[in-house]
Design a binder for this molecule. Structure first.
Ligand SMILES: Nc1nc(=O)c2c([nH]1)NC[C@@H]1CN(c3ccc(C(=O)N[C@@H](CCC(=O)O)C(=O)O)cc3)C=[N+]21
Length: 287
């Protein structure tokens, strides 16, 4: 097969994201003109990690595109836990703020779990609050983490069946792997969760109909580790001097995949679009 014919196997995250953002934009307009509510997101960034600054900026730009008001709370790296909790408390009480995003990671002296738990579950656009995580676990999906939600959306858009399929997730983080597993179990997939300590990853990955990779290891997944026809979501962001790389050896693996997300331009933009959707959900629920 020529290189050109692989093109149709690429899941274009930017196109999907545009589609989601379009839905959000009309939802925002509807809420404003019919209910007089103008959705608002507050982001909190502690310290000046360059990557985090970029990600927060991406989210603010998306807010501009869909018509969501966004306020940026920048706290210095030396901020105390008490100061952070005080800000969260004031945002919880602020009626113009429908959603709160606490950008992770936090500086090492702070306690992210306690801070995320302090965010009102109804304003938890990230879906990281233990209450929302617990609801997800029992099959009641409301505010769920954005990246796995985006992947579910992509599976639906591309009509990829999930029920009874073998899904292998590589990475067991609270933000991707664990909620992804729950969402796929809720849809009756057979789910295996692997990670960097898994002995013989290939043994599992070869059985995957759908493979979600969020391990943070550049090119962890090679062509000999997947079966023909696999659908792959690459959540990896490995920054190197000459660019960003995924956890999948895209150039070679695409030859076997039926669908695959690129890095960049895959799961990342979709994650941001789902965040916008969640802010809209928070605002709608506030009525
Ligand atoms: N509370 C919280 N919520 C998050 O959602 C959250 C977070 N903390 N901490 C960090 C990660 C990372 N993240 C990304 C979102 C979009 C892209 C994205 O759109 N990336 C572009 C490339 C941009 C680039 O070049 O870096 C792409 O994949 O095409 C990447 C990363 C959200 N995160």
């Amino acid at each position: 097969m020529s290189d050109e014919s692989y093109e149709s196997r690429i899941i274009d995250g930017k196109v999907l994201a545009q589609q989601v953002e379009e839905e959000v934009r009309s939802g925002v307009e509807d809420l404003e003109s019919n209910r007089g509510v103008s959705p608002g997101l507050a982001t909190i960034l502690v310290g000046d990690d360059p990557a985090s600054k970029i990600y927060v900026r991406l989210k603010h730009r998306a807010c501009e595109r869909v018509g969501i008001r966004a306020e940026d709370h920048f706290l210095p790296a030396e901020t105390t836990q008490e100061e952070l909790l005080a800000l969260i408390d004031s945002l919880n009480k602020n009626k113009d703020v429908h959603a709160i995003l606490l950008q992770l990671p936090l500086p090492k002296h702070l306690f992210p779990q306690e801070a995320m738990e302090a965010i009102s579950p109804s304003k938890d656009a990230d879906g990281f609050h233990p209450y929302n995580m617990g609801k997800l676990m029992i099959g009641d999906e409301g505010l769920v983490p954005c990246t796995p939600h985006g992947i579910i959306r992509a599976l639906e858009e591309y009509n990829v069946p999930v029920k009874g399929k073998n899904v292998v997730i590589v990475g067991h983080s609270n933000v991707v792997g664990k909620p992804m597993a729950a969402m796929l179990l809720n849809r009756n997939a057979t789910v295996s969760v692997c990670h960097i300590f898994t002995d013989d990853l290939k043994k599992y990955s070869l059985g995957a109909d759908i493979l979600v990779v969020a391990a943070g290891v550049k090119h962890l997944i090679k062509a000999d580790m997947v079966k023909e026809g696999v659908v792959i979501f690459d959540v990896g962001i490995n920054k190197e001097e000459d660019g960003v790389y995924g956890d999948v050896d895209f150039k070679n693996v695409i030859k076997k995949a039926s669908l695959i997300t690129p890095v960049p331009g895959g799961v990342g933009p979709l994650t941001v679009a789902m965040l916008m959707k969640h802010v809209l959900m928070c605002a709608e629920k506030s009525l």
